[in-house]
Ligand binder design. Sequence first.
Ligand code: SME
Length: 207
Amino acid sequence: MPHADSSLVPSSITSKTEFWAHVHGQLASLLSGQRHWVTNLANASSMVYSSLLAFTAHFGSGSQAVNWCGFYLNSSLFPVPRFLGQDGSDNNSAAADASRLLLGPFCGKPACQFINISPGKARGVCADAYLQRRTILVPEVDLYPGHIACDGETKSEIVCPLIFKKGDKEIMLGVLDLDCLAVSGFCEEDKEGLEKIAALVVSACDW
Ligand code: SME
């Protein structure tokens, strides 16, 4: 099957529960055999975004569409340019700045490059989901204190944390963020489905 076809949604799928189970299965196949997070998160954002556009029973490409889907990641995860620091200087200072989430792989229009997560400066849905380690469902973004509007057309949003469990330790990696053109675009079923997608993405990569 061509890779692009993995985001097709059969017309027999009409409930959100079926939809998320379908996307989970397709994504698991797509990510198998690859462990790099850049590659896998790029394909994951495309898979979720394209599948939602194809899911006309609830989202589709009209006024109910998801208009953004992607990742913000702790900046310490990002690679530094490989030719920096060959003279022995510290090349890790940029990557060591853990006070920000940086824009990672996504689908949709351009978005803000970073989200502040430092104490006293953190603001917005992504920062809250990351710092509180829980999914945040926002039915109406204009009513959410501190919401960062990357696109004035966005009406609702859902953000899931990406949590890597190592023994009894939880390491925060970043968040998976989705925006929708409709008020109350996302519900509890989407939350459950997306949390499973987030867990799959975390387990499919070497961090
Ligand atoms: N609305 C987010 C910012 C990211 S964009 O939606 C892509 C927030 O409040 O954190």
